[in-house]
Design a protein around this ligand. Structure first.
Ligand code: MN
Length: 491
C-alpha cells in the first residue's frame, strides 16, 4: 500500500515527446491527400509513400513553412540548414523499410514553453529540439490476421522533444494542453485529437527526493488526450514507487496505456532496443533558409496564447476566465472568432473588460450549455456592445441584461437593441424624480414604519426590504442602486 507519506519521499521527473500532424493539403514527400479521415483504406496513397522502386520524394514546402511557424510558438530558433535522415526498421506499416526523419540536423532548435498552472505559477519546460518527419501507416488487427492501411503513410509531422522539466502529473497535463493551444493558434495543425493529430509519449522516472541520479524511465507511448497524459503519469509514479519500495529496480521499457483499465502495461523492454542504422537521405536536398525568409513566415503567425493572456490579464481577468476564453477560441474556431470580439474593442479598456467577462459568463455558457443553440448570422459583438452601453448608462439591470441577451442571441437579424428592450419593458427607470415619488410613498406607508424605525436605529439590513418594496411598486423597473441612494438620503 503506497501511502501519501511514501509518495512524499519521491520526486517524479517527466519528459514528453509530442507528434503533431501538420495541416498541409498534401503529404510530406508526395502529392497524395493529407486528410485521411473518413477515407477508405489505401485510397490516399502515392507510390512515393510506399517507396515503389524508382520513386523520388519531393519535399512539401508547406510543411517547412508550418515547422517554421511551430518554431515561433516554441520560442525556438530555426536552423539555417537542416537535413533528412533515414531511420531503418522493419514493420508491416512501413513498406519503405525506413522512416524519413531528421536525426542529426533538425529544423527547430532549443526553445521553451511557459506553462501556466491553475495556482498562478508558471512551469517553464525547455524544448530540446523539434524535427520534421513522416508518419507510418497503420495496422488493423482482425482475429488471426492483420490489414495494412497506408493512408497515413507520409503524413507530415513535427516531433517536439521536451527536456525532463516536468515534475507533476498536473504539469504534464498542463504542458500537453499548452502545446495543443500553441500549435492550433499558430495554425500548425488542425488539432483533431480524436483522429490522432497530436500524440504524446510520456517518459516518467522516480527518484528519492534529493537523490543526484534519476531512476530508469518508462515511456508510455501514444497518448492522445490531456487527461490520459495526466493519468498515465500518475499511474507510473505510483507503479514505480511500489517497485522501488519493494526493493527492486524499475526497468527501462516502453509501455502502453489502457484507457479502459486506466493502467499502463509493458510493450517492450530495453533489451530489444533497436539499432536504427540512421543515415542521411541522399534523395532529399537540405532545407536552406535565410533569416528574412524565416522572419517573413513567422510574421504571419497570429497572436499566441501567451500574448492573449497578457492582454486579458491587463483587462483584469483571472486565470479561469482567461483559460475559458482561450479554449473557446479553439472550440468554436470556424464558427465564430471569440477572441476577435475582444480584440475589436481592446482600445477601450472598460468596454473590453465587459465584453470579455460577458463572453465568458453568458455567450460561452450559451454556446456550450444549450445543444439546440446554433451560432447565427447576427453580429454578436454588436449585441454585446449594445448591452454594455445600456448597462453602463444604468438603463438595464444585470438580470434583464441576461434575459435580453438570450432573446436576441437566437434571432436571425439583430433589431435595434434599445428599442427592443424598451418595448419588452426591460429598461429600468433611472429618472430620480419619478423614483423619488415611489420612494416617498413607500416610506410613508404604515407597512414600512417598523423598517424605517430599525434603519434609523442602525440596523442596515432592513434597507433590502425597503428597496424591495420600491422595486415592486415600480414594476421592477426602478434602478435598485438609485433607490437605495434615495432611501438613505431620506433617513
Ligand atoms: Mn517520431
Amino acid at each position: 500500500m503506497i501511502t501519501d507519506e511514501i509518495l512524499a519521499k519521491y520526486d517524479m521527473t517527466i519528459g514528453i515527446e509530442c507528434h503533431v500532424q501538420l495541416a498541409t493539403k498534401t503529404k510530406l514527400f508526395s502529392g497524395a491527400d493529407n486528410d485521411a479521415r473518413d477515407k477508405s483504406p489505401n485510397s490516399v496513397v502515392s507510390p512515393i509513400d510506399f517507396a515503389l522502386p524508382g520513386m523520388l520524394p519531393v519535399l512539401n514546402r508547406g510543411a517547412v513553412d508550418l515547422a517554421i511557424k511551430a518554431g515561433k510558438a516554441l520560442n525556438s530558433s530555426i536552423a539555417h540548414v537542416s537535413r533528412f535522415d533515414r531511420k531503418h526498421y522493419f514493420y508491416p506499416d512501413l513498406p519503405k523499410g525506413y522512416q524519413t526523419t531528421q536525426m542529426y540536423q533538425p529544423i527547430i532548435g532549443v526553445g521553451v514553453v511557459h506553462v501556466p498552472m491553475e495556482d498562478g505559477s508558471i512551469v517553464d519546460v525547455r524544448i530540446h529540439h523539434a524535427h520534421l518527419e513522416e508518419d507510418a501507416g497503420k495496422l488493423i488487427h482482425n482475429g488471426n490476421y492483420s490489414l495494412v492501411d497506408l493512408n497515413r503513410a507520409g503524413t507530415p509531422l513535427i516531433e517536439i522533444v521536451s527536456e525532463p522539466d516536468i515534475h507533476s502529473s498536473a504539469a504534464a497535463k498542463a504542458y500537453a494542453s499548452e502545446l495543443y493551444r500553441l500549435m492550433t493558434y499558430a495554425g500548425v495543425t488542425n488539432g483533431d485529437l480524436y483522429h490522432g493529430n497530436m500524440r504524446f509519449d510520456v517518459n516518467v522516472s522516480v527518484a528519492l527526493k534529493g537523490a543526484d541520479k534519476l531512476g530508469l524511465r518508462a515511456e508510455v507511448k501514444n497518448l492522445n488526450s490531456f487527461r490520459s497524459v495526466e493519468r498515465a503519469a500518475e499511474y507510473e509514479f505510483r507503479r514505480q514507487i511500489e517497485i522501488v519500495e519493494g526493493g527492486n529496480q524499475v526497468i527501462q521499457e516502453t509501455r502502453g496505456w489502457d484507457e479502459a483499465k486506466q493502467k499502463t502495461s509493458s510493450q517492450r523492454s530495453k533489451e530489444d532496443a533497436q539499432d536504427y542504422r540512421y543515415m542521411p537521405d541522399a534523395d532529399i536536398p537540405p532545407i536552406v533558409l535565410t533569416d528574412s525568409e524565416i522572419a517573413e513566415i513567422q510574421a504571419t503567425v497570429p497572436r499566441l496564447p501567451g500574448q492573449w493572456r497578457f492582454i486579458l490579464r491587463q483587462l483584469g481577468l483571472e486565470y479561469l476566465p482567461i483559460e475559458t476564453l482561450l479554449d473557446a477560441e479553439n472550440e468554436f474556431r470556424g464558427q465564430i472568432n471569440i477572441l476577435k470580439m475582444i480584440e475589436d474593442v481592446v482600445s477601450d479598456t472598460k468596454k473590453a473588460k465587459f465584453i470579455a467577462n460577458w463572453t465568458v459568463n453568458n455567450f460561452i455558457t450559451l454556446l456550450r450549455g444549450e445543444p439546440t443553440f446554433k451560432i447565427g448570422s447576427i453580429d454578436y459583438l454588436a449585441l454585446e456592445v449594445a448591452i454594455y452601453e445600456l448597462t453602463d448608462a444604468n438603463k438595464l439591470s444585470s438580470t434583464n441584461a441576461k434575459i435580453l441577451f438570450r432573446e436576441l442571441a437566437v434571432m436571425e437579424t439583430l433589431p435595434d437593441v434599445e428599442k427592443y428592450a424598451t418595448d419588452k419593458g426591460y429598461i429600468q427607470v433611472s429618472d430620480e424624480g419619478s423614483i423619488a415619488v415611489i420612494v416617498d410613498e413607500v416610506l410613508a406607508d404604515p407597512l414600512s414604519a417598523k423598517a424605517v424605525e430599525d434603519l434609523k436605529n442602525g440596523n442596515d439590513k432592513v434597507i433590502g426590504f425597503l428597496v424591495g418594496q420600491v422595486m415592486k411598486k415600480s414594476g421592477g423597473k426602478a434602478n435598485p442602486a438609485l433607490v437605495q441612494k434615495l432611501i438613505r438620503e431620506r433617513i
